[in-house]
Structures are given as structure tokens and as C-alpha cells.
Write a protein that binds this ligand. Structure first.
Ligand code: ADP
Length: 242
């Protein structure tokens, strides 16, 4: 049974159909990258998987259980989500922010183990030195890594990352993608990430899902999806990755 199963997921914003019957599976330890132009439904798909948006048709299953019947806290123990945009209170410290990723496990207060997990998550994205810094004192790239650390702090089985390399310089892009690779291979985390950078998507993914106008245009191994003819149809311009 796949860890994550997305079956016929259809999402509307009012009368506008943002996703039309999207289906795919992700196994433990696998990295799936979602590609596709702006507005093709990538973020909507991540939000539907996380249960923030409810599909009008179709369903999302975690380990065979439909998430529609699960409580928010339970979903949050399984899925770690790093959104593209985050509203934060600027006076919060990095460590306190990353600790909020432990909320699904904490009762009254955070335990020593919660602190340890938050510190480990910061280490995983090479951001330990930022722990005491305030959020408004971070660069864009530092903030991106801290948001990913918060998603990691809950030790999720499924990691959803919306443009994890945004704001990062090339060195940090490779570092973060390598860290994601280690989490997938080492801990068996199933990763679903949206990526604009097609070369990264090609190099770091086991499977690629190409979205166009809210539907799956292609799904398969990177070498099968990253073909020039197919990318031209998806993006409407000539692109060469292979
Ligand atoms: P992507 O992540 O691929 O850029 P999105 O999932 O953000 O695409 O958006 C898909 C489509 O849904 C776009 O046309 C966008 O304008 C629309 N959309 C996204 N969020 C909302 C919303 N809250 N209300 C109405 N339309 C939305």
C-alpha cells in the first residue's frame, strides 16, 4: 500500500475548478516533484493533500486511511508542510518558531524532547547557528531553511515542500535538496515538492508530476517526463533539461 495516495482529487475555488481529478501515489522513501507553470494548481494540490482544502470529489489517503476522517492534530503528526509564504510574528525567535512544528505532540508545554527535535531539525538544514535569532533578522534564504526546519521538527512521514529552494543561493539549494534526499533515503520519508527549477527536479526526484491547467499532464520517471516535446506542451516554450 502506498504511503500517500491521491485519488481523483477535484478542488474548486467558488466556480473555478483549480484541480480536476488528480491521481498519483507516493511510496515511502520516494521523492515526487510537481512541475508546471504558474497557476497550474501545484500549491492547491499540496493544500489538498494537507487537508487544508477539501476536495469536492476524490480523496487523499495516508497509509490507506482517508484524511477527511482524521483530526487536524493527527494529520499534522504524519504530514510536515513547508508553504511558500508564511505569516509570522517577527519578534519570535527561530527556535520558538521551529518548536511550533512540535505542537501536534505537545500537551501543556514543550518537553525536553520537543526542544531536542527542534534543534535537530535546525541542524538538518544547517541553521543551528540561527536558533536565538529573531525571525525578522533573517535573510530570505535563512528564513526558507527555518520554515523547512519547522516542517521537519514533527518528524513527519510525508513532507510537503512548496518551492523549498526559493530565496536560496545555488550552494544552499544543493544543500537543502541533499538534506531532503537523505531524509527520504535514510528515514523513508515520502517527499512531495513543487519545484520551478527543472534541472533540480530532474536530479533529485524519483518521479515527476507535470501539471497543466489543474490536471496531470504527465506522470513518471524524470527521464520520461523531462522530454523537450513534453515540456514545450506543458510550459508553452522551448526548454531543454536532458
Ligand atoms: P500554482 O501553485 O501552480 O502556481 P495555484 O494552486 O496557486 O497554482 O493556483 C491554481 C489556480 O487557482 C490559479 O488560477 C489561481 O489563481 C487560483 N487560486 C489559487 N488560490 C485561490 C483562491 N484562494 N481563490 C481563488 N482562486 C485561487
Amino acid at each position: 500500500m502506498p504511503l500517500l495516495k491521491v485519488l481523483g482529487v477535484t478542488v474548486y475555488y467558488g466556480d473555478f475548478k483549480a484541480l480536476g481529478g488528480v491521481s498519483f501515489d507516493v511510496e515511502r522513501g520516494e521523492i515526487l516533484s510537481i512541475i508546471g507553470p504558474n497557476g497550474s494548481g501545484k500549491t492547491t494540490l499540496l493544500r489538498a493533500i494537507d487537508g487544508i482544502l477539501r476536495p469536492r470529489l476524490g480523496a487523499v489517503y495516508l497509509d490507506g486511511r482517508e484524511i477527511a476522517g482524521m483530526e487536524r492534530r493527527e494529520i499534522a503528526r504524519i504530514i510536515g508542510y513547508s508553504p511558500q509564504r508564511v505569516d509570522v510574528q517577527s519578534y519570535v525567535t527561530v527556535l520558538d518558531f521551529v518548536l511550533t512544528g512540535r505542537r501536534p505532540y505537545a500537551s501543556w508545554d514543550y518537553s525536553e524532547s520537543d526542544y531536542r527535535k527542534a534543534v535537530e531539525a535546525l541542524r538538518a538544514v544547517n541553521a543551528s547557528h540561527l536558533a536565538a535569532r529573531r525571525l525578522d533578522q533573517l535573510s530570505g534564504g535563512e528564513f526558507r531553511r527555518v520554515v523547512i526546519a519547522r516542517a521537519l521538527a514533527g518528524e513527519p512521514d510525508v513532507l510537503l515542500l512548496d518551492e523549498p529552494t526559493n530565496d536560496l543561493d545555488p550552494k544552499h539549494q544543493v544543500e537543502i535538496l541533499s538534506a531532503i534526499r537523505r531524509l527520504a533515503s535514510g528515514r523513508g520519508v515520502a517527499v512531495v515538492m513543487c519545484l520551478h527549477d527543472l534541472t533540480h527536479a530532474y536530479r533529485y526526484s524519483d518521479k515527476i508530476l507535470a501539471m497543466k491547467d489543474g490536471s496531470v499532464y504527465a506522470f513518471g520517471r524524470p527521464e520520461d517526463v523531462m522530454r523537450e516535446d513534453l515540456l514545450r506542451e506543458v510550459y508553452g516554450v522551448s526548454l531543454k533539461v536532458l
